[in-house]
Design a protein around this ligand. Structure first.
Ligand code: SAH
Ligand code: MG
Length: 204
């Protein structure tokens, strides 16, 4: 984590920008878990769905020398801001940013880790689309599994119809992971906004 020290002020600027502009970057606890996981699990390539302004991509890129992050963002303004931030930290060689809708992108590479942090209603689609792009012994990590605590609430408590629909989607994704025959998932509900860590089951 020595690199993070070096870039402390620039990282703080990115976090301040996120707060001022209401950009939902990963929570402190979550980012610590994610970067530790990458440091300690022999991960050298990451595919991120949902760049926003590049905060999590940058934090992942700073974990070690031999790592590459490919990150997809569909919002032009955020993508441009992410480009600027990656340049500011001189991380162009370690981070590739794609300005695309993740559901429309086609990728040739495979990855050691896939980090899903985009539209919560589409998590199952992202998982199904990108899990074939995972290397053997790879991990898929999903953020916002608690959806700001809403998944623990009774449906009748959620008055807003759109919100209720989203919460239902997050719950369906949790069920999808629980019942997945190819992946075994740990639900780390106490970390940040809840993180799911899905590892490929050993083939028998
Ligand atoms: N990972 C970032 C935060 C991402 S916020 C961090 O922690 O720093 C979620 C982002 O996903 C938003 O910027 C949103 O525009 C983007 N997004 C949502 N749906 C998407 C899609 N289908 N394809 C690409 N990006 C998407
Ligand atoms: Mg998130």
């Amino acid at each position: 984590m020595a690199l993070v020290e070096t870039y402390k002020e620039l990282i703080q600027e990115i976090m301040d920008y996120a707060e001022e502009n209401k950009i939902p970057i990963m929570q402190q606890e979550g980012i610590i878990y994610l970067t530790n996981y990458i440091e300690n699990n022999n991960i050298h390539s990451v595919l991120e769905i949902g760049t926003a302004i590049g905060f999590s991509a940058i934090m992942m890129a700073l974990t070690k020398d031999d790592i590459h992050i490919t990150s997809i963002e569909k919002d032009e303004e955020r993508y441009m801001e992410a480009l600027k931030n990656v340049k500011k930290l001189g991380l162009e060689d370690k981070i590739t940013l794609l300005y695309k809708d993740a559901l429309e992108v086609s990728l040739n590479n495979t990855y050691d880790c896939i980090f899903i942090d985009a539209a919560k209603s589409k998590n199952t689609e992202f998982f199904e689309k990108f899990s074939p792009k995972l290397n053997e012994h790879g991990t898929i990590i999903t953020d916002n599994m608690k959806f700001h605590g809403y998944v623990d609430k009774d449906e009748s408590e959620i008055k807003n119809r759109n919100l209720r629909g989203l919460v239902r989607k997050v719950k369906e994704y949790r069920e999808f992971l629980k019942n997945n025959k190819k992946f075994e998932t740990d639900f780390l509900d106490d970390i940040g906004d809840g993180i799911a860590v899905s590892r490929k089951r050993e083939e028998k």
